[in-house]
Design a protein around this ligand. Structure first.
Ligand code: SF4
Ligand code: FES
Length: 373
């Protein structure tokens, strides 16, 4: 990158960035809704981007020297700015329409299983559909199915949910130095798979879970244990011989249900963590607690943080999230599911509907407690 700075205007906001900066990263400097969504680009992974097309923008003026607009929408994660460039993101009807199309396309092959998917609440595709998707689909055919593949003790692969962003492939390649999985085949046969039934077992491989934008790679030690919005994220650290040991613990009550890397406001990992911290340190006493995490993404997990404000002063919601929520209610007031008095952390394995039937639940929980004594 040279020392030269270029001026670029995105949605009528001008920002100065070093030559060689992509439109997406220039937009990230402005922040807010102007920033295009990105499902495959990952600033910490070399070569990422250019796969999903969610970051499309319209270049209405190429540069000061050559003001001609670019005829087609461009992937902002792969297009660098020129001096005097003018870009439209949310101010372009073409872009809004294209984003709708991309969401529809991604959902063609993605199961609508958010109610049972561990990624629900922090899934970038869920957020993307909420922000840019349409209520219906025109797709009438069966979705793709895949042979189930066991990729190891700690990580679960759900190939039907994969959007082929390649982030996990780059992570394994660039971080672990021992890549044993990749995208096999092409077109609608393309799938994430390991080399002839190998397991992913490198000591940093757990990071593929954090970079996966959807629920295709999930933590086996956390699967079906909790909905993320019932857990409280807390920053913590330990003296780890392998990684920085700076993590995020996800508590429910006194119990640590999950350990992940800390993520920044774009949903990207701040520092990679090792498998030992992630999968094997599940006691609060293993960690030095720093305090509640600041969750800046606008996904479901952030939304409980506003609950007090919502109830006291609904107009505050607008001020906090910058727009009126499409749907806002207390799930307990409209559904018998997830009743607050049912202690989910005491249920072994996944919760079933029977766990929510008042009498059987109490009976089941009593048995469990007696069995443990
Ligand atoms: S498994 Fe996840 S991270 Fe890997 S390519 Fe698929 S969607 Fe991307
Ligand atoms: S984020 Fe730019 S193409 Fe995927």
């Amino acid at each position: 990158m040279s020392d030269q700075n270029f001026k670029v205007t995105i949605d009528n906001i001008t920002v100065e960035v070093p030559a060689g900066t992509t439109i997406l990263n220039a937009a990230r400097q402005i922040g807010g809704d102007v920033t295009p969504p990105a499902m495959c680009y990952y600033s910490k992974l070399e070569g990422s981007g250019g796969k999903c097309r969610t970051c499309l923008v319209e270049v209405s003026k190429g540069s000061e020297k050559d003001p001609r607009p670019m005829p087609k929408l461009v992937a902002s994660c792969r297009t660098t700015v020129m001096d005097g460039m003018e870009v439209k993101s949310i101010t372009s009807e073409r872009v809004k329409d294209a984003r709708k199309g991309v969401v529809e396309m991604l959902l063609i092959n993605h199961p609508l299983d958010c109610p049972v998917c561990d990624q629900a609440g922090e899934c970038h595709l869920q957020d993307l559909s909420y922000e840019h998707g349409t209520a219906g689909t025109r797709y009438e055919f069966d979705r793709r199915t895949f042979e189930k593949e066991d990729i190891g003790d700690d990580i679960q692969l759900h190939m039907t949910r994969c959007i082929l962003c390649y982030r996990c492939v780059f992570t394994a390649e660039q971080l672990t130095g021992k890549r044993e999985h990749g995208v096999l085949d092409r077109g609608d046969h393309a799938e994430i798979s390991t080399l002839i039934g190998k397991h992913l077992d490198n000591e940093f491989i757990g990071n593929v879970i954090d970079v996966c934008p959807v629920g295709a790679l999930t933590d086996r030690t956390f699967r079906f244990k909790q909905r993320v919005w019932f857990t409280k994220p807390v920053d913590a650290h330990r003296d780890c011989p392998t990684c920085s040991g700076k993590v995020r613990l996800w508590f429910r009550g006194e119990e640590v249900f999950r350990v992940t890397a800390r993520k920044d406001k774009w949903g990207e990992v701040e520092e990679w963590i090792c498998n030992d911290c992630r999968f094997h340190k599940k006691q609060a006493s293993d960690w030095v607690i720093e305090g509640p995490s600041k969750v800046s993404r606008h996904s479901v997990i952030s939304q409980n943080h506003y609950r007090g404000a919502v109830e006291a002063q609904p107009e505050l919601v607008n001020e906090i999230i910058g727009k009126s929520p499409k749907l806002l209610f207390d799930i307990h007031s409209v559904s018998d599911v997830n009743r607050p008095e049912v202690d989910l952390s005491k249920i072994e394995g996944p919760a079933h509907k029977d766990d929510f039937l008042p009498n059987q639940k109490l009976e089941g929980q009593r048995k469990l407690e007696v069995g443990r004594k």
